[in-house]
Write a protein that binds this ligand. Structure first.
Ligand SMILES: [Zn+2]
Length: 128
């Protein structure tokens, strides 16, 4: 799992597409972004893996995370576009579609979204 991957996140009956916006080198710590709500999180959710199981950072509920292969992504249609719009389209400076979160605060659940290529500040992120 690495930054920019599209994944299924699943808990109980709820399953939706998400995009990995942050990943630690060992893959044990992830931040995923998605449209709408998932398990009480809005737009994004931090995940920690231990014993091979991802859990959300705050409640500690297990969440299944599976990478979506190319075949799982619509070639056209709105789902991938929706995910990309979550990550706010393309960088106006370099055209990159990869973004990363900086200065994320657990307490305030907000941070800054920067272009992963050139580092341009894109916008504030506020999950609260
Ligand atoms: Zn850029």
């Amino acid at each position: 799992m690495k930054r920019g991957d599209f994944v299924w996140i699943e808990r109980g009956e709820v399953k939706m597409r998400a995009m990995v916006t942050l990943a630690s080198p060992n893959g044990n710590s992830l931040m995923v972004m998605f449209d709408g709500m998932f398990c009480g999180y809005v737009s994004m959710m931090p995940l920690l893996r231990s014993d091979g199981i991802y859990r959300d950072l705050i409640a500690g509920n297990p969440v299944s995370v599976k990478k979506i292969g190319d075949e799982g992504l619509p070639k056209t249609g709105d789902t991938k576009g929706g995910l990309l719009s979550v990550a706010h389209g393309v960088c106006p400076d370099c055209g990159s579609t990869e973004f990363e979160m900086r200065n994320y605060s657990e307490m305030w659940r907000e941070g800054d979204i920067h272009c992963a290529q050139c580092g341009k500040f894109i916008r504030k992120f506020d999950a609260g």
